[in-house]
Design a protein around this ligand. Structure first.
Ligand code: NDP
Length: 246
């Protein structure tokens, strides 16, 4: 039996992109996946597909910017399956635009989803992980959490620098029994590229992704690698990008 089989993995942002690919990949290896996001129809279709392929999955609608909804999602997952082995804090928004466009609403959305959403996930699971004496946080940061892409990537990068720092601090605080992995992807072909309302940036991002992006399966495999290590092995960080990306 592999070390993924039998694990209960909660994945936020599982209605598309990296989260959806990860759910399918882990379920195919015997994990029980709890798929969470706002678009219930997409989650239901994903669950139907996983179950049709012989896997186990549960759809739980959640808006990660609402702390109570995140807590309710985690509580429901525990009621249903008795434990959580892994939380993949993945839900995210990338609204690329120069600061001079003053898209303050989008700055706030990114901070709410990419940073506060991650913190709410930690808050809802940390007491459980400590009680269980096991758990694994997988935080989806970005290469934009190491380097600021400009023009336009400033606030998005700010959120990803923040979650990288939070994940690193989390590792210092809870390491021992609870594992922490930060994944820093490069350009991956998902809906993320459509997140901006700034037309010029949207077009530039679209062209960049068209020429360089790789499949979300690359990230699903990286996440599986971190999970399948023995419990005394912490894969602390994985940076993964298209070969052609600088
Ligand atoms: P997608 O746009 O395909 O997926 C984003 C997911 O987040 C969707 O499932 C969306 O679901 C969910 N989401 C957004 N807002 C909320 C919310 N308020 N509450 C709950 N769920 C929410 O993009 P990716 O799969 O690419 O993005 C996943 C993560 O990977 C993000 O954190 C992103 O920053 C990161 N990343 C992506 C890269 C890329 O090039 N694609 C590169 C580096 C990092 P719904 O709308 O149904 O709620």
């Amino acid at each position: 039996m592999n070390r993924i089989s039998g694990k209960v993995v909660v994945i936020t942002g599982a209605s598309s992109g990296l989260g959806e690919a990860t759910a399918k990949h882990l379920a195919a290896q015997g994990a029980t996946v709890v798929v969470a996001a706002r678009r219930k129809d997409r989650l239901d279709a994903l669950v139907r597909q996983i179950v049709g392929d012989g896997g186990t999955a549960l759809a739980l609608p959640v808006d990660v910017t609402k702390r109570q909804e995140v807590e309710a999602m985690i509580a429901q997952a525990v009621r249903q399956f008795g434990k959580i082995d892994v939380l993949v804090n993945n839900a995210g928004l990338m609204a690329i635009a120069p600061l001079s466009a003053v898209k303050v609403d989008e700055w706030e959305r990114m901070i709410d989803i990419n940073v506060k959403g991650v913190l709410y996930g930690i808050a809802a699971t940390l007491p459980l992980f400590e009680k269980q004496q096991f758990g694994h946080y997988i935080t989806i940061s970005s290469i934009a959490g190491k380097k600021v892409f400009s023009p336009g990537g400033t606030v998005y990068s700010g959120t990803k620098f923040a979650v990288s720092a939070i994940a690193e601090g989390l590792r210092h605080e809870v390491g021992g029994k609870i594992r922490t992995t930060t994944i820093a992807p490069g350009l991956i072909d998902t809906e993320l590229k459509q997140g901006s309302s700034h037309a010029e940036s949207l077009q530039a991002v679209g062209e960049l992704y068209q020429s360089q992006a790789i499949s979300a399966d690359a990230i699903a495999r990286a996440i599986a690698y971190a999970i399948e290590q023995p419990s005394d092995v912490d894969v602390s960080e994985i940076v993964i990008r298209p070969t052609v990306q600088e």
